[in-house]
Write a protein that binds this ligand. Structure first.
Ligand SMILES: [Mg+2]
Length: 91
């Protein structure tokens, strides 16, 4: 994780936050190729998912929001679970 903090320090916030966007768009493209064009691009999906996760780590560090993101995720997953339980109980 120190390497990612270092990247932020060396290359700066603005450059790294633009990199977040670039990596998300690369992942978006690969998902579209897979779903719309039925492309076998698992290697690219792996690579771009890793790239996005790396950049999201930097984003959380940049804005000092690790804890809040974790809390929101926990609450959100609970909501999704509730919706799934309701959905499945209707069947
Ligand atoms: Mg990439």
């Amino acid at each position: 994780m120190d390497t990612l903090k270092r990247a932020l320090k060396v290359w700066g916030k603005d450059a790294q936050m633009l990199q977040v966007i670039e990596e998300m768009s690369e992942l978006t493209k690969e998902i579209l190729k897979n779903v719309n064009r039925k492309k076998n691009n698992i290697a690219e999906l792996i690579e771009e998912t890793a790239d996005v996760e790396i950049m999201l780590e930097q984003l959380k560090h940049c804005y000092q929001i690790h804890e809040q993101v974790e809390e929101y995720k926990t609450a959100k997953i609970m909501k999704i679970k509730k919706r799934l339980d309701e959905w499945e109980s209707k069947k």
